[in-house]
Design a protein around this ligand. Structure first.
Ligand code: AMP
Length: 389
């Protein structure tokens, strides 16, 4: 079991470097569009401050190449002031004398927000000198940035090796949800996969195969599986280098008695005419971009019988309103099923939110890539380096 902040003793007066994932969506004007990632970190920050720690909070934001005033953490610090009035300071540097000076002025129960970690090229390179500078700021390191836990960066990997460390409440919750779902799954267990890239999800499907009763495959990745069965997919997206893997998955599923459901009809674009059509048979220059009504019924029937559901990836090109119906219907069915439900991946989580059913989902994971790695049965590097009890 990983050490959590509850296991840290005597943190009163200690300086804690807290890595959060405050990679929030911003408007063109730099306003925060959705502060969910900040909200998710509040329990950990509150706990540390209430116990008298001096907290330095750091995060990356976007993908800056060097300093970028539009990707400053300043708006994040302003947002945090809502939750911790008169307690929040901001330093417009990541390391260096100004940061050290700001840290020395912290009182017990204060919070200092550092500038965007990725303004320093050492962050993503896990550079030794940058790690040393970050580590020199604090007595203890706490990681609560689940969204980047599959990465080996300076602020979540290098620093953890240098300081006494622990995970925060958000990472603790994410780990326990996935552990429970995979170690004591409730049956029928239905796994739903969508999205475009088959290669990214092969390990995931293989790992789920040992636990799930039914695997539903939709979205762009379904076409590789359909082609593997010799079905005409027109000009739909396909990963030709994954056909053999898809065949193997279908064979293994049959041997293990796992039901695999694939689309039986589609909403497609006829390329030449540029218009959307419903069809059970793709051919010629048709491109399948959403699941059709028969498929929606087929998938929803199975979903409504489930006792546990995991879902990763949209069932169609849902960003285009003409092709979002399948994903939205699946989101609503997952909510209606009453099954223990876990949704991971930015697209599926946003489909759940835009369908207005977020409150009916047991766990909306805060990390797309990290949750996929957990579902693959992998250990996340940033969590591996945290001490065990
Ligand atoms: P991924 O990152 O692999 O989860 O893929 C997510 C993307 O898959 C989204 O941007 C969707 O638009 C895209 N997608 C879903 N279904 C299809 C499809 N049938 N054809 C092409 N792209 C799709």
């Amino acid at each position: 079991m990983k050490r959590t902040i509850r296991d840290l003793k005597n943190i009163q007066g200690k300086t804690i470097l807290l890595r959060c994932d405050f990679n929030v969506p911003l408007s063109n004007q730099g306003d925060i569009l959705d502060d969910n990632r900040i909200v998710q970190a509040i329990p950990t920050i509150s706990y540390l401050l209430q116990n008298g720690a001096r907290v330095i909070v750091c995060s990356h934001l976007g993908r800056p190449k060097g300093y970028d005033k539009f990707l400053s953490m300043f708006p994040v610090s302003v947002n945090l002031m809502k939750y911790f009035p008169n307690r929040v300071r901001f330093c417009n540097k990541v390391t260096g004398d100004e940061v050290s000076s700001a840290v020395s002025k912290l009182r017990d129960g204060d919070l200092l927000v550092l500038e965007n970690l990725r303004f320093d090229p050492g962050e993503e390179k896990n550079d030794n000198a940058f790690v040393a500078k970050l580590a020199s700021l604090a007595d203890i390191y706490v990681d609560d940035a689940f969204g980047v836990a599959h990465r080996k960066h300076a602020s979540n990997y290098g620093v953890a090796l240098k300081l006494p460390n622990a995970i925060g409440f958000l990472i603790e919750k994410e780990l326990s949800v996935f552990e429970k779902a995979f170690e004591q799954p409730k049956h029928p267990f239905v796994a739903i996969f969508g999205g475009a890239k088959v290669a990214d999800k092969l390990n995931l499907i293989n790992n789920v195969m040992d636990k799930a009763n039914t695997i539903i495959i939709g979205g762009g990745m379904a076409y590789t599986f359909l082609q593997a069965q010799g079905i005409n997919i027109g000009e739909s997206i396909v990963s030709l280098d994954q056909i053999d893997n898809a065949k193997q998955i279908l064979k293994t599923a049959q041997e293990k008695g796992v039901k695999i459901l694939l689309p039986v009809d589609h909403v497609a674009i006829v390329k030449e005419k540029g218009k959307a059509v419903k069809t059970t048979q793709l051919k010629g220059d048709m491109v399948g971009l959403d699941i059709g009504n028969k498929t929606i019924s087929l998938f929803c029937n199975e979903i409504l019988k489930a006792k546990q559901i995991i879902w990763n990836g949209p069932l169609g090109m849902y960003e285009d309103p003409r092709f979002k119906k399948g994903t939205i219907k699946i989101a609503k069915a997952v909510a209606k099923s009453g099954a223990y439900s876990i949704v991971g991946g930015g697209d599926s989580v946003s489909a759940i939110k835009s369908s207005g059913v977020a409150s009916k989902i047991d766990h909306l994971s805060t990390g797309g890539g990290a949750s996929m790695k957990l579902m693959e049965g992998k250990v996340l590097p940033a969590i591996e380096v945290i001490d065990t009890l």
